[in-house]
Design a protein around this ligand. Structure first.
Ligand SMILES: [Ca+2]
Ligand SMILES: [Ca+2]
Ligand SMILES: [Ca+2]
Ligand SMILES: [Ca+2]
Length: 262
């Protein structure tokens, strides 16, 4: 009569190799020490080794294998284009104003530029890439809706106590995109290619510290020309800088008032 258990175990080998506490699980796993029915060492019911309930090996709750919390497959900042508008087509978006060299405040906080939606519907700047002809490059990672005829201000800081008191619609983080005080390029690229570009130099474009250059003829070809830009007279914010961020551009100040560029 003592031979019966040995005969049963020979027929059901998974019982004998289970190292779990006796009687606590159903013995379909073989080597782990937890109380569940899978073969790994964690306490959830999936087959991976992390503690969440999905089947990948990272610690977030999405199904991809990266380490961030979004649903794409890369490891960068989540892209959240929440369909606030359509992607701009060529000609919809025009670079209309640039403050490359703010007065009083630091360039790293006070630089900004303005774009205008000259198309017929609301556009979303999400996904557009801002770059220059060198190494500056930044992709806009969230929705920025711009109504037809409206403006968006893209700057380096949203801290109005540090940026000269400008209201910024989108902040470019860190040093990924900077506006040189001498010559530089400002290039906006969408999924279908380049949307607009301004390549300014120090000699022929407006160049006064603390005064934004404001476009007078609003289209993507005119802003290629230095003669299409001038400086206005209206201050904004808290530090005496001159410009019209987020609003229609000022008229040009009289030529005889132009100061020697700093
Ligand atoms: Ca600058
Ligand atoms: Ca640059
Ligand atoms: Ca252009
Ligand atoms: Ca403006």
């Amino acid at each position: 009569m003592f031979l019966l258990p040995f005969a049963l175990s020979a027929c059901l080998p998974t019982f004998t190799s289970d190292a779990d506490k006796s009687g606590e699980d159903t013995a379909v796993d073989t080597a782990d020490t937890d109380t569940d029915t899978d073969t790994d060492t964690d306490t959830d019911t999936d087959t991976d080794t992390d503690s969440d309930t999905d089947t990948d090996t990272d610690t977030d709750t999405d199904a991809d294998t990266d380490t961030d919390t979004d649903t794409d497959t890369d490891t960068d900042v989540p892209v959240d284009c929440s369909a606030a508008g359509t992607a701009p087509a060529l000609g919809d978006l025009v670079i209309t104003e640039i403050l490359k060299n703010p007065d009083i405040v630091l360039d790293e906080a006070g630089e900004w530029f303005e774009v205008k939606n000259v198309g017929g519907g609301t556009i979303d700047l999400c996904g557009l890439v801002l770059s220059d002809a060198g190494t500056d490059s930044h992709a806009i990672t969230r929705s920025v809706a711009v109504a037809a005829g409206g403006y968006a201000v893209i700057g380096r800081s949203s801290d109005m106590s540090a940026n000269g008191g400008v209201t910024v619609d989108y902040v470019i983080p860190g040093t990924s995109f900077q506006l040189g005080n001498d010559g530089d390029e400002l290039i906006v690229t969408g999924s279908g290619g380049e949307l607009d570009r301004v390549a300014y130099d120090e000699a022929t474009f407006p160049d006064t510290k603390g005064r934004a250059m404001q476009l007078q003829v609003i289209d993507t070809a005119s802003n290629d020309l230095a003669a299409s830009w001038c400086e206005g007279t209206v201050t904004y914010g808290t530090d005496g800088n001159i410009g019209t961020p987020g609003a229609a551009n000022d008229t040009c100040r009289p030529p005889d008032a132009v100061e020697v560029p700093e």
